[in-house]
Design a protein around this ligand. Sequence first.
Ligand code: HEC
Length: 417
Amino acid sequence: MIEVAVILDWLTFAVRWLHVIVAIAWIGSSFYFIALDLGLRKSKNLPVNAYGEEWQVHGGGFYHLTKYLVAPKTLPEHLVWFKWESYSTWLSGFTLLILIYYLGADIYLIDINKFDLPNWAGILISLFSLSFGWLFYDFLCKSPLGKKQSLLMIILFFVLLGISWFYAQIFTGRAALLHIGAFTATIMSANVFFIIIPNQKIAVAKLKAKQKVPAYLGEQAKQRSLHNNYLTLPVIFLMLSIHYPLAFATNYNWLIAGLIFLIGVLIRHYFNSKHARKAKPNWTWILAALLFMLIIWLSYIGRPATTENENLSETKINNNIYSATKNFTQVKNIILTRCSMCHAKEPVYEGIYQAPKNIILENDKDIAKYAKQIILQAGLSYAMPPANISFMEDEERQILVEWLEQIREIRNVNHEY
Ligand code: HEC
């Protein structure tokens, strides 16, 4: 029978594939429309109610686009809506969150060195913070503050910084950065789902009924679109950051996230100005580069201390069936000789500066904690060691697989699943 872990890993891969594809579709169409919108030109022969037009050439043909504000004189029969790009990005992203961080909460979500939470509590905090984030953001936008565009953006920045700090205190570095991304992306998708599309639907219905379209509908949607525009780049950074321990496995990961939001705004500002054919504010690149250097420095000085945290909840680790197996000593020897040169607090392998993916395999506790991952990467597959650099033998991989079988046996005896 195929291992459940293998199926789960493939499922995660499939969902991630989908997630990246739909995210490209969402962000791609949103970049396209922002640039189109900013670059619209006035012309003498524009139709009634038209706001601007643009000629484009692509894929062997010419396109003539016209934007109508609020709407053309007669509504077309057929309208293309852009909404599933956003919804499917959120849905697939949330599924990934469940598959990786909720099902694998012990290693990916919870860091008992920071905060000794049971898995369910971590999951609840995750769910609650994501929904609360949207409600609070929506409340701010609809409050009198919402009228003061720049002040609102500054406040939102500090809200993001605050939640980043909060996540960094309770979750693993990796989960913290990912959650900041998910928090922001949830706001972006909810903007589309709860505000932008519904407002547009009301507007279309009013137009069909030959009624006046209230101005607030458009204003609200425009504000949310603007926020989404500025949030896109940081979200992509945060989603990718999980591959870079230098970004997430540092005490200043939350500050790094904050700086990334600033860099995202700077870069978007450059492109927005350029597409509006106003100016090319090249200074934004210089400032962004300086902030990026600051990030590199922060990751360096925020490197985790190499001393062991003594206040760990011992019970959670010691009652561990993973280290209670008959062949655990053998397993441990294999890990120490084949993996620890890289997966250590201070790796000795040339060119490895920090434990890859921040996975440290130095003692019984570590090995028990990452048991499932170890078996998957080095027992059931040849993924680790990379290029079999430490000459792991097939018999050793077999011992890791037997380890899994012994873990199962103990589970059966204890009626644990
Ligand atoms: C030469 C250094 C090196 C050695 C030796 C090594 N690893 Fe790795 N390991 C890496 C690198 C680099 C990565 C990150 C790969 C990536 O970014 O996709 C990694 C990633 C991992 C991951 C995380 C995989 C993921 O995608 O989440 C696990 C688990 C792992 N290694 C386990 C092991 C085990 C078990 C051994 C010993 C049998 C081992 N490694 C030996 C360098 C090493």
